[in-house]
Design a protein around this ligand. Structure first.
Ligand SMILES: Nc1ncnc2c1ncn2[C@@H]1O[C@H](COP(=O)(O)OP(=O)(O)OP(=O)(O)O)[C@@H](O)[C@H]1O
Length: 674
């Protein structure tokens, strides 16, 4: 074993050099040092394991997968980080994990982890938990248990239905899905409603425009109709709440739900209008729903003070991390239904835990048991394909449904086809679609002198910047300024440049500076740095006092100063979820960055008329199939893929690499599967 692993001091020293080089967080080292102090004689390798399990959390993995670590330490830990080539180097390069761990076997790990003072299989209160070959920090193991138990309990709630109740549900479903034009068979939206009706837990996953919102509104109508028409005097209105992980996602769902409720065809349901009135359209963020205490991890609603509701719909669930999901599940009353909506193929949350991706890992193939199929066919009269039936299907499979038909992108649409090819990791098909000359998909090569980039951003941003330069008359009422800000924000939202990485010439940091300079040179903005009218900014940290969340985007605009005619002052205009405009002084916004270019990660939960994805010159670990897919699916009407000259291989390598789903890398919530 490496010399450094013979003593605790040696081990901690290596960790210190890793922290100094920016490879590990301070937190990871502090955790290992704390355990070294608290437990006399703890093995140095065990301390290393603790620091690495903590490091993995910082990377989004809820556990350290020891088998993967032994197989390939550099890949399993992403150390040394690839971007370290771009960062200033410390004087002496640190010892690399590959060298440190080269002769450490799985057996060595298992031996040192058999120290019940620090590691158990879950019992007691030791700070680490070992489950199989996965090493957890206890808190995250507990979160996994909470989610697993909450889902299992709800899935087990399948109760026999009376023939009368089944008949009422069948008729109501048929009414809700009655159409002039028959949809492709089976109608997965209808099947999804039947699946969600059967137990208290369901996931509806699907790509963009497959009708997740449409489906959930019909499901809520169905549930409310059944509850309101209970024949035995127990009729009552269900308490339904809608939530999404970010303010932006909540605002978007708010608008689409309101629209979908408005167009619901309920005339033929006995209590149709009462049902419509009983479907809420206001969507809150998960944090607001749970009642967060400022920046703390505690919530007002938890197991001891459950949420007062009967049905919770959680949209954009792919962005929900394990800790948040555990908080949601813990705060649900036992009888409540939980319905998750999201696109399983998108990037997972930045925080630890790819919950939706893990839960939907088998969704493509259904795995419905014959009894489930029978129930679905009886209720919906839709034929369930035999290929999706599996007598060995797991309980979780019975609660998951994938919508398979896009209503937004028809078969001829380039965006739909491209998203599908990327999702399958089919490089040849992706190339073919990019070159096929679709109206909605463009492929461009970036040059050294930024001529193509210039054209893209001028086309994309000119419209909103010209709007930003034409404020109402200084004495116009505030409402006019609000309306102006709303129109500028809307125009800004019609185009977005997306980056895969932060650093390097095609990383978000460098690009934002270049684009600001470029727009200023074109006289579209009054300055290229500092605060200026038209500067778009993104909040980078939750600010509970201001009510702004990480990821919120605002635009800097001049606003007249009250009582001082003719004088204006720059403010940043943010659109609130109710459509109102909030004008915030720039000096009150310490944590913001310019956002002409945005990372794909930050763009999750948003959509743009035209999205342009810029790939970097080099392949890297962060460039994955899910990232490219997420970038493409941000586009509603047009998508542009921009690749630096000579970097065609970057796309191919991204398609061949998956993030945290399946594959060889550490799995995240592998234990969630009941
Ligand atoms: N069964 C259907 N028949 C006709 N049009 C539909 C149907 N389902 C959805 N649509 C239409 O397709 C579009 C997308 O639907 P919806 O917003 O429900 O999808 P989504 O999966 O929630 O989309 P997003 O990608 O925005 O999350 C909407 O315009 C909707 O009216």
């Amino acid at each position: 074993m490496n010399e450094a692993l013979r003593t605790r001091e040696g081990c901690l020293q290596v960790l210190e050099t890793w922290v100094a080089a920016g490879w590990l967080r301070d937190l990871d080292l502090v955790f290992a040092a704390f355990l070294a102090r608290e437990v006399a004689g703890a093995d140095p390798l065990l301390l290393l394991g603790a620091a690495l399990a903590s490091h993995q959390l910082g990377r989004g993995y809820v556990a350290l997968e020891l088998a993967a670590l032994v197989r390939d330490p550099a890949e399993a830990l992403a150390l040394p980080p690839e971007e370290h080539a771009l960062a200033p180097q410390p004087v002496a390069p640190p010892l690399e994990p590959v060298a440190l761990l080269q002769d450490v076997t799985l057996g060595d790990w298992q031996r040192v982890l058999a120290d019940p003072r620090l590691v158990t299989g879950g019992e007691g209160s030791a700070p680490l938990v070992l489950e199989g070959t996965r090493l957890y920090l206890r808190r995250f193991w507990e979160h996994e248990q909470t989610v697993r138990a909450g889902i299992a309990q709800r899935l087990a709630s399948v109760e026999p239905w009376s023939a009368e109740a089944l008949q009422r549900a069948r008729v109501a479903l048929a009414e809700l899905f009655a159409r002039e034009e028959p949809p492709p068979q089976p109608d997965w939206q209808k099947v999804a409603c039947a699946i969600a009706l059967r137990s208290r837990f369901a996931i509806v996953t699907g790509g963009p425009g497959t009708g997740k919102t449409t489906t959930v509104v019909r499901l809520l109508a169905l549930l409310q109709h059944l509850a309101l028409s209970q024949p035995d005097g127990s009729a009552r209105r269900l308490r339904i709440r809608l939530a999404a992980p970010t303010g932006k996602a909540a605002a978007r769902l708010n608008a689409s739900i309101a629209n979908a409720v408005g167009v619901l065809k309920l005339a033929r349901l006995a209590n149709g209008e009462a049902v419509r009135q009983a479907i809420p359209t206001d969507v809150s963020t998960v944090h607001r729903l749970l009642g967060s205490f400022g920046g703390t991890r505690r919530f007002r609603h938890d197991a001891s003070n459950p949420l007062p509701l009967d049905v919770l719909v959680l949209d954009e669930a792919s962005m929900v991390d394990l800790e948040t999901m555990a908080a949601v599940v813990a705060a649900l009353p036992g009888h409540a239904r939980l319905v998750l909506l999201g696109d399983k193929d998108q990037l997972a949350s930045v925080e630890a835990g790819n919950v939706l991706g893990e839960l939907c890992a088998r969704a493509d193939d259904g795995h419905y048991r014959p009894a489930t199929r029978e129930w679905l066919e009886a209720l919906t009269a839709e034929p369930i394909p035999a290929t999706l039936v599996d007598p060995q299907g797991e309980p979780l499979d019975q609660g998951v449904v994938k919508l398979r038909h896009s209503w937004r992108f028809d078969a001829a649409s380039g965006i739909g086809q491209l998203a599908d090819a990327v999702n399958r990791g089919d490089a040849a098909d992706t190339q073919r679609i990019l070159r096929a000359g679709h109206d909605d998909v463009l492929w461009v090569e970036l040059d050294d002198r930024d001529a193509v980039l210039r054209r893209l951003v001028l086309e994309g941003y000119r419209h909103y910047l010209e709007g930003a330069a034409q404020p109402p008359a200084p004495d116009a009422p505030r409402e006019q300024f609000d309306a102006w800000a709303r129109s500028v924000l809307k125009a800004y939202g019609s185009f977005q440049l997306l980056c895969a990485v932060r650093r390097g010439p095609y990383g978000v940091e460098g690009l934002n500076t270049r684009i600001a300079t470029l727009l200023h040179a074109e006289k579209l903005t009054p300055a290229a740095s500092g605060w200026y009218a038209g500067r778009p900014v993104m909040v980078t940290r939750n600010d509970y006092a201001l009510g702004l969340m990480n990821g919120d985007v605002g635009i800097t605009l001049p606003l007249p100063v009250a009582g001082e005619p003719g004088r204006t002052m720059l403010r940043v205009a943010f659109e609130a979820s109710d459509g109102g405009i909030r004008w915030i002084l720039p000096s009150r916004l310490p944590e913001v960055e310019t956002v002409f270019a945005m990372t794909v990660h930050k763009s999750q939960g948003s959509e743009f008329g035209h999205a342009a994805l810029l790939l970097p010159q080099e392949a890297s670990r962060v460039l994955t199939r899910e990232l490219v897919y997420t970038g493409i699916t941000r586009a509603r009407k047009w998508f542009t893929l921009a690749i630096p000259a000579g970097a065609g291989h970057v796309l191919e390598s991204a398609l061949a690499r998956r993030t945290r789903q399946g594959g060889e890398g550490p799995r995240v919530t592998g234990g969630v599967r009941p």
